[in-house]
Ligand binder design. Structure first.
Ligand code: AMP
Ligand code: MG
Length: 419
């Protein structure tokens, strides 16, 4: 049974294939979004430069605008004028002269370089380039249109908007950005033991921590979480809950996918006509993960993608990030749907635990230290298994232990998944 399950790479490839299919035929509707609320939204149309950037030749230094051949002759040049940032372009620069200029100010016509203040000797109204320096045409100037020409596309549709893209949009005069409408992702926690966060759990009960965790992950990945009330472990309750959940664009269900007597999620999905891409992956934690689609028949051309995540909080988190996040990102119209794996140096040996054939993802903490020449250092966080939220909350990544690697030794270069 175990050997029939896909390994991590194979399962990821199955998801990637579905993600490509979604990206190919799914065209989310668009809406204008206020720039102040555009963080994390996905650009739906090309972002264009409204005019040349920079719109005028700009000095990048405080100093003196002049002609490079004249300055490099180290002769004293009279100061013919002055422009500071915010002033209209002035000039032209008379021949054999210099022009006082500040950072961000327009360079006067006729000047081809700016000598920085620190490289000037000034005597009264005369300035001279210090003997030890030379200067070339173009130095310390960004010419009009050097960054972009008016009308140039600066960002392509599908890019998620972060601080840099928002600043660029602002500089081009966009107060709203045409963005894709975010997919609605139903979050359905299942389990007889679950009580709401504001309830005091009776003996044997626990609070439903997966719903807010998954809502945070969905939001961060570009979706709108639609959190449904937790479902009891009965066929009737699950059928009713799934009927609600199927109205969303995608379903993320937690719990009830293991092999236990009360793990009723798979049969409930089957009753809705689900096709399963896989029902289990050779990873730990997260082995019982279920991935599939529910065809919509007449109702809609596109099937509803669902993930049944194992209920243990860390299993839910890791499987969401590895497999569900790329699908949410694709439904959001994004073009960057890959989990963020990076390399790090292992700071401490990992425990020797024989889980043959499983790729492991252990909660770990990675320190982005001050040394720029080295990879970040990573060490696992001691944990009591995949329900240990106290340990999970100390982590900022997962350490990847490849299939059949056994344990890893301090100093090794390892892969981590940032979370
Ligand atoms: P299950 O996948 O349903 O067998 O659940 C595995 C473990 O995860 C059990 O210990 C559950 O109590 C726990 N669990 C399931 N759902 C949640 C949830 N929504 N929040 C926190 N823990 C959960
Ligand atoms: Mg359960």
């Amino acid at each position: 049974m175990n050997s029939d399950l896909p390994g991590y790479e194979q399962a990821a490839a199955i998801v990637a294939e579905r993600v490509r299919a979604i990206a190919g035929h799914h065209h989310p509707r668009t809406e204008p979004v206020d720039l102040a609320h555009a963080a994390g939204r996905v650009l739906a149309v090309p972002l264009l430069a409204d005019e040349d950037q920079p719109p005028f030749s700009r000095s990048t230094r405080d100093g003196y605008a002049c002609r490079a051949v004249e300055a490099s002759a180290h002769i004293a040049l009279p100061v013919a004028g002055s422009t500071h940032a915010g002033e209209a372009p002035a000039g032209p620069l008379p021949s054999g002269a210099a022009w006082e200029i500040m950072t961000g100010a327009p360079v006067p016509d006729g000047a081809d370089c700016v000598v920085m203040l620190e490289h000037i000797e000034r005597t009264g109204d005369l300035v001279r380039l210090v003997q030890s320096r030379t200067i070339e045409p173009g130095d310390n100037i960004v010419s009009k249109g050097a960054q972009a020409r008016g009308g140039d596309p600066l960002l392509a549709p599908g890019i998620a908007l972060g601080p840099a893209q928002i600043a660029l949009a602002a500089s081009c005069g966009y107060s709203t950005i045409e963005s894709f409408i975010r997919p609605r992702v139903a979050i359905l926690a299942t389990g007889d033991e679950l009580v709401p966060i504001d309830a005091k759990p009776e003996p044997g009960k626990i609070r439903n921590s997966n719903a807010p965790m998954l809502a945070t992950l969905v939001d961060r990945t570009g979706g709108v979480p639609v959190v449904l009330p937790a479902s009891a472990d009965t066929a009737g309750a699950l059928d009713a809950a799934l009927e609600q959940a199927i109205r969303a664009d995608m379903l993320v269900i937690s719990g009830g996918v293991s092999a236990g007597k009360y793990d009723l999620v798979e049969p409930a999905l089957s009753r809705l006509g689900a096709r399963f891409h896989f029902t289990g992956v050779k990873i730990q934690p997260g082995k019982p993960l279920v991935f599939g689609e529910i065809p919509q028949g007449e109702r809609s051309a596109t099937a509803k993608v669902f993930f049944g995540l194992p209920g243990n909080p860390i299993s839910s988190a890791v499987t969401f990030q590895l497999f569900a996040a790329p699908v949410v990102a694709a439904l959001a119209g994004g073009r960057e749907a890959h989990p963020r794996f990076v390399f790090a140096t292992l700071a401490r040996d990992t425990d020797r635990k024989n889980k043959p054939g499983l790729t492991r993802f252990l909660p770990a903490r990675c320190a982005f230290n001050d040394s720029s020449s080295e990879l970040p250092q990573v060490a696992t966080v001691p944990w009591q298994g995949s329900g240990d939220l106290a340990a999970f909350a100390q982590s900022n990544c997962f350490l990847v232990i490849p299939e059949d690697a056994g344990s890893l030794t301090a100093g090794a270069t390892v892969r981590i998944l940032l979370h």
